[in-house]
Design a protein around this ligand. Structure first.
Ligand SMILES: Nc1ncnc2c1ncn2[C@@H]1O[C@H](COP(=O)(O)OP(=O)(O)OP(=O)(O)O)[C@@H](O)[C@H]1O
Ligand SMILES: [Mg+2]
Length: 498
């Protein structure tokens, strides 16, 4: 193709123009005959195929058009000489695209494909009644791309090339878009207020680099997420929905919420923060799930506090031989919940949310639960396959401290590090408390000041732990003494009775 292709194309276009002019001068019958002959001639000698992609088809926006536009934009910014640029509210960067009348050659698997951008004005009719000119003729802009290729590559185009263009265009669009943090609305507001979820732009700065935790554990999580992201074909092969569950557990302030932000930033996904307490029943839960998009992280924070799900499944199993899923439709239970005016989402409703048949509608999703009390959760909820990876976020140890020191003070080493290492080995302090102490309190605070503050804070926490321990030992001793006293008195009275 290349120059030869361009020359051939313009020669044929010239010929077509001359023939078109001749055709207008001859009678209709003869013209039809000439047209037919011409079409056959062109088919015989012209070996190229044209495919047109319109911006709108049957009044609807054509998704293929916008994917092609983005794809060609990324190619043409390096090759074409005339481009257009625009910025939408949903996009983080300027969208560059091929300007009208421009063409570029794209190479795929060693084959060249020509793309041309066109715009034309057509006459449309206004349906607006605001101006009182309903039905008036207005000029409309019609944009389209034409793909030109040699007919020998027809199969390649329909088989792999167009798929490649669509996928790459979509991927660029996704990485350029502003990501969103969604929260579920109360169902009373679903239908008059545009959808079931409200959203704001998601701009949390947390990344795995700034997350303080054991480096080995962190790498494991990164590897798991990377495998998941690339796993489309693998999940399809094993017949599993393309989703993965993570359970984050640990004491307050150990970075569970921060980890969620880091995961979403790493995968470039949106976040759906599901507030279970404002979901009225299992049916609503299902509808919320269906209304989420692919490439998203669905989060239920503090799952143990969200609903009374703990142990419910076990209790029910004892009281009846019905399966959990059957009990879900138990109207008696529903009635009871209605009376107590509580959310009727049940454990089985939640299990269906995670791995029921509906959960597979819309792929590439991560589901994350967080809790401070993993031992309180029903084993069914967190078994592998539902929550595939259990991640314990623990108190701050030296490796995690080093990450925080780098983040907050921009230092890799300091003579006080050794003392801090020893103190952290002996005391339980959350990364949140460590981070708080590493923040400079005044303009003149330097690294030394902050580290000294931290040492004082850890020592105070250590003393508190010791006092608490002493108090507990004292209470235990008192309890033991009381028990012994009672036992001796019982023994005495038994002797008297004898
Ligand atoms: N592992 C960590 N790495 C980096 N920063 C952390 C970490 N843990 C806590 N922080 C800091 O402490 C703050 C609180 O952490 P975060 O909200 O993630 O804790 P959490 O485990 O979700 O707590 P809770 O159980 O109370 O919800 C964060 O804003 C962050 O600045
Ligand atoms: Mg949290």
């Amino acid at each position: 193709m290349g120059e030869t292709f361009g020359e051939q194309f313009s020669r044929l276009a010239g010929l077509m123009f001359i023939c078109g002019t001749i055709q207008q001068l001859v009678p209709t019958k003869l013209r039809h005959y000439v047209e037919k002959l011409w079409a056959n001639l062109v088919n015989y000698f012209y070996p190229y195929v044209h495919i047109t992609f319109h911006e709108y088809t049957r009044g609807m926006h054509n998704e293929a058009y916008s994917c092609i536009r983005t794809y060609l934009g990324s190619k043409s910014s390096k090759k074409a000489t005339r481009l257009t640029a625009e910025k939408s509210v949903d996009s983080m960067s300027l969208a560059i695209s091929l300007d009208e009348g421009q063409e570029i050659i794209d190479e795929f698997n060693g084959v060249q494909f020509q793309w041309q951008a066109y715009k034309e004005m057509i006459e449309g009719t206004s349906s607006s009644s605001r101006s009182g000119r309903s039905g008036a003729s207005i000029p409309l802009e019609k944009s389209f791309y034409v793909l030109v290729f040699h007919k020998t590559y027809r199969e390649m185009v329909t088989g792999t090339y167009l798929e490649h263009v669509m996928e790459e265009g979509k991927a660029i669009q996704l990485s350029n878009r502003k990501r969103k943090l969604y929260t579920n609305k109360n169902s009373d507001n679903w239908y008059w207020n545009g959808g079931k979820w409200s959203h704001i732009n998601f701009t949390h700065p947390a990344t795995f680099d700034t997350l303080a935790m054991d480096p080995k554990k962190k790498q494991e999580i990164i590897n798991d997420l990377t495998a998941f992201r690339k796993g489309k074909d693998y999940y399809a092969k094993i017949g599993k929905a393309w989703k993965r569950g993570y359970l984050l557990h640990g004491p307050p302030g150990t970075g569970k919420s921060t980890m969620i932000a880091a995961i979403a930033n790493f995968l470039e996904y949106d976040i759906y923060d599901l507030e279970l307490t404002s979901v009225e029943n299992n049916a609503e839960l299902k509808q919320l799930l269906i209304d989420t998009r692919s490439k998203s992280v669905i989060v239920i924070e503090d799952i143990d506090c969200s609903l009374d799900l703990t142990g419910k499944r076990n209790k029910k199993t004892e009281s009846s031989e019905k399966s959990e899923e059957e009990k879900d439709s138990n109207s008696g239970q529903d009635e009871e919940d209605k009376n107590t005016n509580k959310s009727k989402v049940t454990l089985s409703g939640l299990l269906n949310f995670i791995d029921g048949i509906w959960s597979a509608c819309g792929q590439e999703r991560i589901i994350i639960f967080t809790t401070n009390h993993v031992d309180k959760l029903d084993p069914a909820l967190i078994r592998r396959g539902r929550m595939d990876m259990h991640i314990e976020m623990s108190y701050c140890k030296f490796e995690a401290f080093k990450v925080l020191a780098k983040n907050y003070l921009d230092i890799d080493s300091h003579h006080l590090f050794e003392e801090i290492r020893q103190l952290l080995e002996e005391t339980n302090v959350s990364p949140c408390d460590v981070a708080e102490n590493l923040m400079p309190k005044t303009d003149s605070s330097d690294a030394e000041h902050c580290l000294m503050d931290l040492i004082q804070a850890i020592k105070a926490a250590k003393e508190k732990e010791r006092l608490k321990g002493d108090k507990e030992v004292k209470a235990a001793n008192k309890f033991k003494a009381n028990l012994l006293k009672r036992f001796t008195s019982i023994k005495k009275s038994a002797k008297v009775m004898k």
